[in-house]
Design a protein around this ligand. Sequence first.
Ligand code: HAM
Length: 466
Amino acid sequence: MEEFARKARSRQKLGNPPTAGRLEESFSKSGSFQTPKGVHDILPADHEYHTFIKKVIRHRCRQAGFRRISTPIFEFTELFKRSIGDGSDIVSKEMYTFEDKKGRSLTLKPESTAGVARSYIQNNMQALPQPVLLYYFEPHFRYDRPQKGRYRQFWQFGFEIIGENDPALDAQLIQLVRKIHEDLGIDGLFSLQLNTIGTPEARKNYMSVLEDYYAGKERSLCENCKERLHKNVLRLLDCKEEDCRILSELAPAMRDYLDQESIEFHEELKEYLDEIGISYVENPKLVRGLDYYTKTVFEFWDKEEGAQNAVGGGGRYDGLIELLGGHATPAVGYAGGIERLIANMKREKIRVPSKDELHVFVAQLGKEAKKKCLKLIDDLREAGLKTMGALGKGSVNIQLRLADKFNAPYTVLIGLTEVREGTAIIRDMKKGIQEHVKMEKVPERLVKLIGEKNLDKYSPGELLYS
Ligand code: HAM
């Protein structure tokens, strides 16, 4: 491997084709492979957070009648272009697009709403009782500049409520997100930013007013906004650059150009939020970066960091299903970033209960003892005891040290004498005391020591046969 890396480096020094430079990126300084920039492994310690968050979401979704959906990791590029919009940052800069062997343009999903809307149409979900409530927990991909809280592969959980047009649903969706933040112990960290961006017709009108306003002011805009001016002028409103911010403060207000229906919808939503005690910040500059939104848009911002690293956002997309070839179907949804939730939990020093700790470590000496161990380990696991065995050839001392490192409170020792006598030694690792127990009584004794309530008796449920 080192040789391979060295060659890659020297090829690059010689100014060989760009692939040599990219190959170089795949090695760490010591010459071993590493992940591409912006993506990372989810190691066991972080998986404990992932699992916990997933369970919270699953529980809250089940309570509210949502069912889980997974759309493919890649879809036709056109689906995202049409849904999210050519002028959006996601489509214009951030998609992982490639051609397959037949020359079809495919894209790794940068978000799931487009795929879920496509699936709703393709699987004839309009025939189901409406609204259809779906949730997901999935990896997504955006070629963004990696930085804190911004990755090229990241996980999102999300909800889509499709088939009903009522602000009470927007309020319920927001309430669901708040419940999840509460369950994770981080609800107090975020402020709900709320806005309405009206119907596409009203927005189109406003956008031309906005373009007129910015005409002649291009030189004061940041490079990003100069580019967005004719592609996605609304995004100029939420730019964080100083000069752009001053210009956006003075820009004509969107509210003055919105349609009456959207304004009434928004007022009703606020009434519902007030009713269920959810506070919000009215943010007339919040526009979100995806073209499919209509009326309600909202984000959860870190109270300290503001718009930077929002933990999630969503809104209504009443036109998307029709735009993708379905019947006109209203919808509202939300997605939150898992890495950002975890970062907030860690910042607050919140740990999640770990179910990974072992109960028992089984050590053995000699082939005959090992044979007995295989059966015993299985019996212990069946009894609900989390058990690991050292099945290698190390001495008893080495195995005991290993047991210590795995942090199991009890070790079962089986040597030649124990095999002969049909017994085993149970050692309490903390107290350093041990007892001889008849082999067949070992599971029962350990269950007593560990305690019934601590056993791992998880069952996914009974299988049904039709
Ligand atoms: P979004 O605002 O693009 O919305 O993404 C939602 C959340 O995903 C963000 O608030 C953030 O927490 C997380 N996220 C986005 N990009 C990254 C990244 N590069 N690294 C880490 N986390 C990231 C949507 O995706 C819409 N589909 C939401 C929606 C659902 N609207 C209606 N239904």
